[in-house]
Ligand binder design. Structure first.
Ligand SMILES: C[S@@+](CC[C@H](N)C(=O)[O-])C[C@H]1O[C@@H](n2cnc3c(N)ncnc32)[C@H](O)[C@@H]1O
Ligand code: SF4
Ligand code: SF4
Length: 395
C-alpha cells in the first residue's frame, strides 16, 4: 500500500506517514494491521480471508488482546489498524479500543460499517478514533449482492454520514476486479460526494473465496486507465482526494513516470520510496492474525514468520526486516528494473504464485510485455492461501 498524494505532495496523511517512516528507521513497527477476529457478519464473494461465522481455533483470548495492546504501547507502535473479519463483532472490541487509546497508539478501524449507527460513531470519536476504513463495491443492488446481505449499502452510507458528522475521517476501500471495474469511477465520485478523504483501491487477491479467480483480475490497460485518472485528479488544484493503492506496487512508479512526463518534480517522493517502497513488506509494516501469527503481508495468510505470543516486537520487526535485506528476482531484480528498490513488486503475489516471496511480480503494469512472457507456475508443495485472516491497507 502506498499513499500516492503524500508520496509526491504534502497530503492529508503526511503527518502519520512521517511518524511511521521514523519508526521504521528506528527499527520498530511502522504500523500494524491486526485481525482481531476472523468472524464476519457478511459473506463477500471475493473475501480473501473467506471470513464467515467461525472464530479461528487458537484466537487470542481477551486477556491476551489487552496485553498485546500494552506491549504495542511499550514498543512505541504509532498506528494500529483493527481489522478482521469484522472487528466490531469481537465482544471485547471496545475494551481493545480503550486500551489502544490509553497507550497513545493511533487507531484506524477497518470495518464493513454494518455495526455503526449515529451512537456508535459518537462512541468511536470518544474512543480516539480518527479514521475508519470501509468497503464499497458499487451501486446498492450490486454491493448487496456482492456482500451477500441485503440492505448493507444503505447502512454503509448512513454510517459514513454519521462518522463524517463526528469529524471522523473515512477511507472508502474497494477491491478492483472485472466485477467492480464498471463502478470504480462512480465509487471515487461517491467518496468525494460523501467527503471521504481517502480512496483505497486494492488489486484482487486470488485467495480465500477468490482462490483461482485469476481471470477476474483487471488488465494492465484498465489499471493504467485508472492510474491516469488518479494522476489527472491529483493535478487538479480543486481535488484533495488521497489515493492508496494495494497489492499492485508497480502503479506507483507508473504514476511517478506520468508526473515526470508532465514536468512535475517527484524527486522527493522517489527518495521517500527508497526507504519505504511501494510494497511495504519487510519495511517495518507488520500484520498480526487473530491467533497471534506475525505475517509480512495480510494478503498472504499462510506466510507467517512467528507468533507474537513468543516474540517481542523487536524480534518480530527484525524477522520482517530480513526480507528487506534480500533483492527481488527476475524482472524485479535491481539489474532488470530501475525501480526495483522503490517498487519491489508485490511480495505476497510472488509467494502465492511460486512459494518464493522474492520471485518476480508478473502483474507489473510498468513492464507488462516482459511480465506476460513469464509462464505462471503453481507453487509446489504448499497449501493454497489460507482461507482466513486479514484485510489490510485495506486496513
Ligand atoms: C478482509 S476485509 C476486513 C475488514 C472489513 N470486514 C471490511 O470488509 O471492510 C478488508 C478489505 O479487504 C478487501 N478484500 C477482501 N477480499 C479481497 C480480495 N480477494 N482482494 C482484494 N481485496 C479484498 C475487502 O474489500 C475489504 O475492503
Ligand atoms: S471482506 Fe470484510 S466484510 Fe466481507 S466477508 Fe471478508 S471480512 Fe467480512
Ligand atoms: S518490474 Fe517489478 S520492481 Fe519493476 S516496476 Fe515492475 S513490479 Fe515493480
Amino acid at each position: 500500500m502506498a499513499h500516492v498524494r503524500s508520496l509526491f505532495f504534502e497530503g492529508p496523511l503526511a503527518e502519520v506517514e512521517n511518524k511511521a517512516l521514523k519508526s521504521a528507521e528506528l527499527g520498530r513497527p511502522s504500523d500494524i494491521i491486526w485481525n482481531i477476529t476472523n468472524r464476519c457478519n457478511l459473506r463477500c464473494d471475493h473475501c480473501y480471508m473467506a471470513a464467515d461465522g467461525h472464530i479461528k481455533p487458537d484466537q487470542l483470548s481477551d486477556e491476551e488482546t489487552i496485553d498485546l495492546v500494552r506491549r504495542m504501547g511499550e514498543a512505541g507502535v504509532p498506528v494500529v489498524f483493527l481489522s478482521g473479519g469484522e472487528p466490531m463483532m469481537r465482544p471485547n472490541f471496545w475494551d481493545i479500543l480503550a486500551e489502544v487509546n490509553a497507550q497513545g497508539v493511533k487507531p484506524t478501524i477497518s470495518t464493513n460499517c454494518t455495526m455503526i449507527d449515529e451512537a456508535a460513531a459518537a462512541r468511536l470519536k470518544e474512543y480516539g478514533v480518527r479514521w475508519i476504513a470501509t468497503s464499497m463495491y458499487g451501486p446498492a443492488e450490486f454491493h448487496d449482492a456482492m456482500v451477500g446481505v441485503p440492505g448493507t449499502h444503505a447502512r454503509v452510507v448512513r454510517a459514513i454520514k454519521a462518522l463524517r458528522a463526528e469529524g471522523i475521517g473515512v477511507v472508502l476501500k474497494t477491491a478492483l476486479s472485472q466485477d467492480t471495474w464498471p463502478y470504480i469511477f462512480d465509487i471515487i465520485a461517491m467518496a468525494k460526494e460523501l467527503d471521504c478523504g481517502l480512496v483505497y483501491i486494492c488489486d484482487l487477491i486470488t485467495a480465500g473465496r477468490s482462490e483461482g479467480e485469476d481471470d477476474s483480475r483487471v488488465s494492465v490497460e484498465q489499471w493504467r486507465e485508472l492510474a491516469d485518472f488518479i494522476v489527472r485528479d491529483m493535478l487538479d488544484p480543486d481535488s484533495t482526494t488521497e489515493y492508496d493503492i494495494g497489492a499492485i506496487p508497480s502503479v506507483i512508479p507508473y504514476i511517478a513516470e506520468q508526473f515526470i512526463a508532465r514536468g512535475v518534480d517527484v524527486t522527493k517522493g522517489l527518495e521517500r520510496l527508497k526507504v519505504m517502497s511501494a510494497c511495504p513488506v519487510g519495511k517495518g509494516h507488520m500484520n498480526i492474525n487473530s491467533e497471534g501469527g506475525i505475517m509480512p503481508c495480510q494478503f498472504a495468510q499462510d506466510w507467517v514468520v512467528g507468533n507474537i505470543r513468543e516474540m517481542s516486537f523487536a524480534e518480530a520487526t527484525k524477522a520482517l526486516y530480513q526480507i528487506d535485506l534480500q533483492e527481488s528476482k527476475g524482472q524485479c531484480a535491481p539489474e532488470n528494473c530501475a525501480y526495483s528498490r522503490i517498487c519491489r513488486g508485490c511480495r505476497a503475489k510472488a509467494w502465492q504464485r511460486t512459494g518464493d516471496y522474492m520471485a518476480e511480480d508478473v502483474t507489473c503494469i510498468l513492464h507488462p510485455e516482459r511480465a506476460r512472457t513469464i509462464p505462471v507456475t503453481a507453487k509446489a508443495g504448499l497449501s493454497p492461501s489460507a482461507p482466513c485472516a486479514a484485510p489490510g491497507g485495506c486496513g
